[in-house]
Design a protein around this ligand. Structure first.
Ligand SMILES: [Zn+2]
Length: 475
């Protein structure tokens, strides 16, 4: 045994150990896997994925009741709000009774953050995070160890559905920040031994230096990639243009809507399936993709409601969720601002989890025409053009939209013309589109590419629902 340890120590490349990222990684592993109740939740989720619909509903009802009692007794905001609405946990007999509570808006949480904290929790023991904010102040959120362990157990199960084992080396492409010192030496990645994670900065990834990363991936024996669709797609496009393929067991994507055109290129480059999953900093909904490539709402994680919204295309619903595991800062009926496309199919995996057809992205990612028309979802337009690495719409005023694109080397002017024609057709208005070619599209403070940025005030629009029409996704 001792010899084994000594041999193992000899194989460690001590010179290349990066202290900062390794200490950070150790802390992450300690919190997520050791201190939190991760193992208990992992065992639960192993079993519960095969529960019947009735068993899952019973579980959700029990957890919602517990959460409401916690909120009523210990969370100042809910104590006051329930009194105003005449709701008491005693009156909750079925899960649908929580619909007597109002929808919770993000700005309410932002303005009253500390009113949402449970009085039973010791502030220093909580884990603070924040939502990505492109404008204004970010929203701060607090989580307890229960929530951290539960979420990590759900994510490990997602990896298991993708055929991945715990402890395998992977590439992370999630808007990573790498020390400038390293970048100068030509390495735009850091390696965390504790997490077996090769964190790659997509900002410094170019077609010319992509081979360096591939060499590092080979050296580290990388088994999968976990990242945002746009940087993973960027990497795949660079590899494709250099005729490079790198077989992986799976690619996991999250945090931005995954376009079918992106999925196809990623799968062809890494010779494996893409598994897309949905989550958010507020932890009120999780949607994971099973072995049959269907999106499943994870019912143990949260209680999800799909609400109608007149600003959305047919069969798209607004996602409202209640997280079932964060007792430090309960968020009940929280409006996520994201939309999903409903599905009535049953999945061959035989799990009784609800299925959704696709993740639609931010409801606020639309442009407004001079006639007051909302135009949403541009995926199908960019999908038609194979020669793009990234795309974004920027609307500086009502009459103009800049189509920002990062072209690849096969891009022709006719591609841009076609994109403009399709956008023009969809908007059916005197709105002018202009193509702007860039080397890269700026990301927000969490490393994500926003599909639409609009400077047009949205006040006063949408009040007259008859004016609201939408560009339907062309399939
Ligand atoms: Zn399934």
């Amino acid at each position: 045994m001792m010899d084994e340890v000594v041999n193992k120590m000899k194989t460690v490349d001590w010179k290349n150990i990066e202290l900062g990222i390794t200490v950070n990684g150790l802390r992450n592993v300690l919190v997520k896997r050791v201190i939190s109740p991760f193992r208990r939740f992992r065992r639960l989720l192993e079993k519960s994925q095969w529960w019947s619909g009735d068993q899952l509903l019973a579980y959700q009802t029990e957890k919602i009741t517990e959460l409401l009692w916690t909120a009523y007794r210990h969370v100042p905001y809910y104590r006051g709000m329930m009194q105003v609405y005449g709701v008491s946990p005693k009156k909750i007999t079925s899960i649908n009774d929580i619909k007597n509570l109002p929808i919770l808006e993000k700005h309410v949480v932002k303005q009253n953050t500390f009113q949402f904290l449970s009085e039973t929790m010791m502030y220093p023991t909580l884990y603070k995070c924040r939502t990505a904010g492109t404008t204004g102040e970010p929203l701060y959120l607090f989580r307890d160890l229960n929530n951290i362990g539960f979420e990590y157990a759900c994510l490990r199960r997602q990896a298991q559905w993708a055929g991945l084992q715990d402890g395998t080396t992977y590439v992370s492409l999630k808007g990573e920040v790498v020390a400038p010192k390293k970048i100068k030496s030509g390495k735009y990645w850091s390696f965390s031994f504790a997490e077996k994670k090769l964190a790659v900065s997509s900002i410094y990834l170019t077609e010319q230096n992509v081979h360096k990363l591939i060499e590092e991936m080979k050296r580290r024996e990388v088994q999968y990639v976990d990242g945002y669709p746009s940087p993973v797609f960027k990497l795949a496009k660079f590899m494709q243009s250099r005729d490079i393929q790198f077989p992986l067991k799976a690619v996991l994507t999250t945090a931005e809507p995954l376009g079918l055109y992106q999925k196809k290129v990623i799968e062809e480059t890494f010779l494996c399936n893409v598994y897309d999953y949905y989550g958010m900093a507020e932890r009120v909904a999780a949607i994971h993709m099973c072995e049959h490539s269907n999106y499943h709402v994870v019912p143990e994680y949260s209680f999800v409601e799909l609400l109608e919204n007149s600003a959305l295309p047919e069969n798209y619903y607004e996602l409202v969720g209640t997280g079932l595991s964060n007792y430090a800062m309960p968020l009940i009926r929280y409006r996520t601002g994201d939309a999903v496309k409903a599905s009535d199919t049953t999945c061959p995996c035989k799990r009784a989890y609800p299925v959704v057809e696709s993740i639609g992205g931010r409801i606020s990612d639309y442009i407004i025409t001079p006639g007051g028309k909302y135009v949403w979802m541009f995926d199908h337009i960019f999908q038609g053009s194979k020669n793009l690495i990234q795309a974004q719409l920027y609307q500086p005023d009502l009459e103009h939209v800049v189509v920002r694109i990062v072209p690849d080397k096969y891009y022709k002017q006719s591609d841009g013309k076609k994109i403009v024609e399709q956008l023009q057709q969809g908007c059916d208005e005197k709105i002018s589109f202009r193509i702007e070619c860039l080397n890269s599209i700026p990301v927000n403070d969490r490393g994500k590419v926003q599909s639409v940025i609009s400077d047009v005030s949205k006040e006063g629009f949408g009040s007259d629902q008859n004016k609201t029409e939408l560009l339907r996704r062309k399939r």
